[in-house]
Design a protein around this ligand. Structure first.
Ligand SMILES: Cc1cc2nc3c(=O)[nH]c(=O)nc-3n(C[C@H](O)[C@H](O)[C@H](O)COP(=O)(O)O)c2cc1C
Length: 184
């Protein structure tokens, strides 16, 4: 039997060459042995509309909520847009927050982020902590993994080449795993 902790990862950017998606792929590669990271793409999740919800969650929303329900912990990789959370990510979290089952309630969550600029994703992470608190997720506020100049940290095949960033991701995953085990 597979006793590894299940971590669900998703990115707050939809584009194929997203630096934040690449950060998640790197995290999947270097994930410590006691956990496994599965990546979900939120690209098919429609804009939240209570009329659509009243007719039943769209399949992409059902899939996302199922994955979150089954996950022991969550890892979000996101840039910041205009000093805050990208709309696509906030929208996905809004769907996930809806009753009857609040799938992020008491769920351990960690965050990381990168951008091609100097400040990385600092402000979106601060706003994420606030939004996730509304859903009663148990979000780690440290260590902060903010990767500036992300466009210089991957090779042409999309592999993370920066050892310092790798080591930060391993520390973050280790903290998330410890936090999840403590909460069990
Ligand atoms: C609408 C929009 C707003 C942005 N606002 C910010 C910002 O406030 N701060 C910042 O550091 N970068 C900002 N950026 C740059 C993104 O962080 C950068 O493009 C990042 O690489 C996007 O993430 P991705 O590579 O995962 O797609 C913005 C980009 C877009 C498209």
């Amino acid at each position: 039997m597979n006793n590894k902790l299940k971590i669900l990862g998703f990115a707050g950017s939809l584009r194929k060459e997203s630096l934040n998606k690449k950060l998640l792929y790197a995290a999947r590669e270097i994930c410590p042995d006691d956990a496994e990271l599965e990546i979900f793409d939120i690209k098919d999740i429609p804009l939240f509309n209570a009329d659509v919800e009243a007719e039943g969650d769209p399949q992409s929303v059902k899939d996302f909520k199922n994955k979150l329900r089954q996950a022991d912990a969550v890892l979000i990789a996101t840039p910041e847009y205009n000093h805050s959370i990208p709309g696509v990510l906030k929208n996905a979290l809004d769907w996930a927050s809806r009753p009857p089952e609040k799938v992020l309630n008491k769920k351990p969550v960690a965050m990381m982020g990168t951008s091609d600029g100097m400040t990385g994703a600092t402000r979106s992470q601060q706003h994420m902590i606030q939004v996730l608190a509304a859903m009663n997720a148990y979000t780690l506020s440290k260590p902060e993994v903010i990767v500036p100049n992300g466009d210089k940290k991957f090779d042409e095949a999309g592999n993370l080449t920066d050892d310092k960033t790798k080591s930060k991701i391993i520390t973050l995953l280790t903290e998330l795993i410890n936090w999840t085990q403590k909460l069990r």
